[in-house]
Each structure stands twice: as structure tokens, then as C-alpha cells.
Design a protein around this ligand. Structure first.
Ligand code: CTP
Ligand code: MG
Length: 223
């Protein structure tokens, strides 16, 4: 395996509602993070996994993941970007391909992990999985007045794992200014081209209660 995966898992999960940090919330009886790490470990290219856990849960997360896969667990930060940076700093020398994958995308298939890694291995500096946008998108101004309709054909919804040549991600994080919601955004700011590969509906980000219910249903019907 030539791939390290950073797993930001330090978020609170405010949009999921009151409860434990989101990565530790249960899906089919197991924490979201366990589902996510199990699928990452099932991807043959993955050599190293570094999890950024809620600071108060580092020991608990170590114990939780020990039977699942060999992982390094570090305390995350207040923003997702800080959590990714903390995990990146803990990657040992070796892997030249680094993926960043949200713990909240708990049902992401190992095949998608391999597809992103393969595109980086083939020479892309930065690779993101995307899906077409299915809804009509409108720009809205003050008092919910529609300003216009956006051309949907040029838009993509972006998932993780996002894959990078290690040096590219390291440089982008070192230069990072304002906080962004994804790592490819930092790389774009460096002027590095970012390429899209087809994403997966199973890589949905569990954000709201509806998403958790959907994920329960998908697992229950997976056979
Ligand atoms: N994340 C993180 N560190 C943070 C914030 C987020 O590692 N300070 C992680 C989350 O654990 C999640 C991923 O980044 O796996 C995507 O973030 P999101 O879906 O927004 O999760 P939360 O921030 O936990 O949710 P919310 O925004 O609803 O509080
Ligand atoms: Mg968040």
C-alpha cells in the first residue's frame, strides 16, 4: 500500500442533533467512525490511517478502532481544516499518496477509495469524487428573493475521499489562509489543477437525522 488516509472525525455533529460527537453516533449498532474505517481498511492500497478524534475522546477512539484496523489517533481541532492538518502532521514517512476522508461518509465503498488513489497514482496532483447536481439551483438575495438560476450542467456536488500527491497537500495546508470546507479548495488556491472522478451515492455525508435514517435503511437492505 502506498496510500495514507486522514480521517477528520472531530466534529460535534450539531446538525444531527443533541448527542455524542457525530463520529461516535451509532449506525446499525456501531459508531459511524467504525463503519468508515472498516471500509478504508478494506481498500488494498491503504497502508496508513490517521484519525483526528474529538480531543476528549482520543483514548476511547483508540480502543474502539484497535479491533477494526491499525490506526493512529490524534486530537482534532476546532475547525475541520485544523483536524486535517493535525492528522497530516502524524503521517509517517513513506506514503506519497494522501487521501482525506470524512468519518461522516461512513458507507463509502472501498472501490471509491481505490478509484481516487488510482487517479493520483496515474499522475493527477489532486482528485475529488463528484456527483452531478440533480436539483435546480437558484441564487437568492435578501428576503429570499430569487436573483437568478444557475447553470446546473457546470456544477458538481463534491464528496470525499479527496486524493492528493502528498507534497501538494502538505504545501496547501502550510499556505492555508481562510478556512474552507474541503481540502481540494486549499489546493485550488495554490493554482494546482484538481480533477474529478465519478463519486458514489453511498459516499453521502451523514449530516442531518434524515441521512442517518437513510444510512440505516441502506445497511439493512445491503443483504
Ligand atoms: N470535522 C473534524 N473537526 C472539526 C469539524 C469537523 O474533524 N472541527 C470532521 C467531522 O467529524 C466530519 C467531517 O469533518 O467527519 C465533515 O464535517 P461535518 O459533516 O460538518 O461534521 P460536524 O462538523 O461534526 O457536523 P456539524 O457541522 O453539523 O456540527
Ligand atoms: Mg461541521
Amino acid at each position: 500500500g502506498d496510500v495514507a488516509v486522514l480521517v477528520p472525525a472531530a466534529g460535534a455533529g450539531v446538525r444531527l442533533g443533541p448527542g455524542r460527537p457525530k463520529a461516535l453516533r451509532l449506525l446499525a449498532g456501531e459508531p459511524l467512525l467504525v463503519h468508515a474505517v472498516r471500509r478504508l481498511a478494506a481498500a488494498g492500497s491503504v497502508h496508513t490511517i490517521v484519525v483526528a478524534a474529538p480531543a476528549a475522546e482520543v483514548d476511547a477512539v483508540r480502543e474502539l478502532l484497535a479491533p477494526v484496523a491499525p490506526v493512529t489517533v490524534v486530537p482534532g481541532g476546532a475547525e475541520r481544516q485544523a483536524s486535517v492538518a493535525a492528522a497530516l502532521a502524524a503521517v509517517p514517512p513513506g506514503p506519497e499518496i494522501v487521501l482525506v476522508h470524512d468519518a461522516a461518509r461512513a458507507l463509502t465503498p472501498p472501490e471509491l477509495v481505490e478509484a481516487v488513489a488510482a487517479a493520483v497514482r496515474a499522475g493527477r496532483h489532486a482528485v475529488i469524487p463528484v456527483l452531478p447536481v440533480v436539483d435546480t439551483i437558484k441564487e437568492v438575495g435578501a428576503e429570499e428573493v430569487v436573483l437568478g438560476t444557475v447553470d446546473r450542467s457546470a456544477l458538481r456536488a463534491v464528496q470525499t475521499p479527496q486524493g492528493f500527491r502528498r507534497s501538494v497537500l502538505t504545501a496547501a495546508h502550510a499556505a492555508a489562509g481562510g478556512a474552507l470546507t474541503d481540502d481540494a479548495g486549499l489546493v485550488e488556491k495554490q493554482g494546482v489543477p484538481v480533477f474529478c472522478v465519478p463519486g458514489s451515492e453511498y459516499a453521502l455525508k451523514i449530516t442531518r437525522p434524515f441521512d442517518l435514517a437513510l444510512a440505516e435503511h441502506l445497511l439493512a437492505n445491503a443483504g
